[in-house]
Design a protein around this ligand. Structure first.
Ligand code: AMP
Length: 301
């Protein structure tokens, strides 16, 4: 089954302690859609300016992503620049230029409206709500968000949380959203806001999944070299949702596997800048690392 992916499409400038690269393909929807495309057909929703390089569109097309919902507007593409500190877990936003995003009002092509799975990637909750309102109730709606929206658009975000099935946040965002220091309390509290499942990503320490009768803790893949953490969260959400759309089954067994496939996709993403690693990825690579995850976390009772 297919997945609708909405989010940002960006040209990023990324600085790590060892390297700086400019004008890279980025944006939450770019990472999420490419990651999901390894599992399921993707209907893409987003906006770029007329400066957006054709090579990036070619990448989406090579992955079989449906671009009927990608608007190419007069003006400049959204730009973001960030700098990572030595631990690579913390980053500072250096600049953001909304550009064509300032007047983005997504209108779903008619055939998109019945897409059974939706991934509302990181973008303002108002835009996420606008897209969701145009869909016929999907089988599963997953949403991602970021600290910016928790502090500047909390009402819209809380409204969104009443309308989605799964929310994906990182540990810092979970604490900020719930005002809890314990991630266990935070995860449970997020369920009270509406979603059936809450996923809390802990970077190099793995991921926690909370549901009414479900708790799952997945490790992170022990990577030695991380080149650029940008997009790890979006790749996680893309792999998670794409896998669930592929199997069409929301049982705890498949939800756990989805968390691991999301973690696998994220682990590949950070091995290179931008989408360079995902571009070269094969489905077999995802399956191989999935097996390693299983081996790594298995023990006898
Ligand atoms: P992540 O590393 O998963 O948090 O996602 C990084 C991506 O988010 C980058 O490629 C940025 O272009 C994009 N991004 C940064 N700020 C925003 C924002 N305010 N809205 C939407 N996307 C953003």
């Amino acid at each position: 089954m297919s997945v609708l992916v909405i989010g940002s499409v960006a040209l990023d400038t990324v600085k790590t302690p060892l390297e700086e690269r400019a004008d890279l393909l980025g944006g939450s929807a770019s990472y999420a859609a490419v990651s999901a495309s390894f599992f399921s057909p993707v209907n893409f929703v987003g906006i770029v300016g007329d400066d957006f390089p054709k090579a990036h569109l070619d990448l989406f097309q090579q992955r079989g992503i449906n671009l009927d919902g990608l608007e190419v507007a007069t003006g400049k593409t959204f730009r973001w620049s960030g700098e990572y500190h030595w631990d690579l877990n913390t980053r500072t936003t250096r600049s953001v230029a909304l550009n064509v995003f300032e007047r983005f009002s997504p209108k779903l092509p008619l055939p998109y409206r019945r897409t059974p799975y939706a991934l509302l990637g990181n973008i303002s909750p108002q835009l996420q709500l606008q897209v969701l309102a145009q869909m016929e109730r999907p089988k599963l709606v997953v949403c991602d968000t970021m600290d910016l929206w928790i502090s500047t658009a909390q009402d819209a975000l809380m409204e969104l949380l009443t309308k989605v099935d799964v929310v994906v946040v990182n540990d810092g965002e979970a604490r900020e959203l719930t005002k809890q220091t314990s991630l266990i309390k935070a995860g449970r509290q997020i369920l009270n806001y509406g979603p059936a499942f809450a996923l809390i990503k802990k970077g190099e320490h793995g991921c926690l999944m909370f549901g009414k009768d479900l708790f799952f803790s997945a490790p992170a893949y022990p990577l030695e070299d991380i080149h650029d953490p940008t997009g790890a969260g979006d790749s996680f959400a893309g792999g998670f949702t794409g896998y669930l759309a592929q199997v069409g089954d929301l049982s705890p067994h498949h939800l756990r596997r989805a968390v691991v496939f999301g973690s696998v996709a994220a682990s590949y993403c950070v091995e290179d800048f931008s989408l360079e690693r995902l571009k070269k990825l094969r489905k077999e690579d995802l399956d191989e690392r999935f097996r390693v995850f299983k081996q790594m976390s298995q023990f006898e009772g």
